[in-house]
Design a protein around this ligand. Sequence first.
Ligand code: SAH
Length: 378
Amino acid sequence: MEFVEVREGLARILIPKANRIYDAPVFYNPVMRFNRDISTLAVRILGVKSVVDALSATGVRGIRYALETQVEEVWLNDINEDAFRLIVENVKRNIEIEPELTGRVAKFQGAKRITVTNDDANRVMANNFRHFEFVDLDPFGSPMEFLDTALRSVRRRGVLAITATDTGVLCGAYKHACRRKYLAEPIRRELCHEAGLRILIGAVVKYAAKYDLGVDVLLAYYRDHYFRAFLRLKSGAKKADDTLKRLGYVWQEKNGRFEYNDDFLPRRPGAHGPLWLGPLKNQAFVETLLSAVESVPLGDPRKTPKFLRTLAEELDVPFHYDTHALARRNNFQVGKLTGVIKELRDRGHRATRTHFSPTALKTDAPFEDVLDALRDLR
Ligand code: SAH
């Protein structure tokens, strides 16, 4: 294998040389710098002391947690042997300590305890029952095959951070796969990304409930063809009951009007879900991320602060209106997004842009007012 060195945040990482990232024997995706920036910042402001990066590839994520935050214990793991060797090499380069190597386990005993293993992620997490304050699942594809063990490995008031890159599945391009993986009915067209994110969170909520765990969403977003959610667990049957009540279904009509019920009632025909209908962010958490972002090392200094600002300003209500889709569905001409938002605000409603789409808005206005605002603008 030939390698090149990349820098990301405070880390210097060897990655395999390859023409396309998916051809590389060990996976490194520069687009995900943004995901790792937010995650590292989250670990930092949450004051987390122990983390597992269960699907580590080059180790970049866990190494950044070790270098850029206060964590005292980091566990990195990958089932691939090349990845394991590369992670060990990369940890060495960054902390300049020799590991104690026994078979497929490398232990670094420095200022921080760093463990690297070459094992199945589920076995690693199962062997560390209720141990980690922060469990990070960042696979390619669906995280579902790791979800149950992740919920057993995380502390009862810990944080589960979860990535899903199977957007085609969650967005309804492969309906049967969505039923199999997430036991949910996806929705196509303009709501598919937000609904996909909400289906993912809904699946976690259901899995967590059987352990008498409730879920608070610290932050969940869609970007660059993946979903990411930071979920704070809450211990207790009542907490789980209350969280389950936020699951429900959504319906959409031909003209673009949508409706949802957030009491987990049995479905009626044409319903999509079950999905999470609670908040997608904790405003205080997002604002803390935003206020810290200027003073920390970033892998993607161009994108990360800007996107956090969009998230902080976004109105947090279920679903959104895409101006292009609405115009098409109702034979209007497309009005300028900022114009529609202003029009809605002038009528006394709340309305903002949304990170889900550059042509969409979130509002608490009734559907008719959104249509009027679009129509009047022409
Ligand atoms: N989190 C990494 C990217 C991970 S890519 C980052 O931020 O850069 C997904 C990795 O999961 C691959 O390296 C693959 O080898 C590993 N993997 C797949 N199945 C696994 C399993 N069952 N247990 C452990 N690792 C696994």
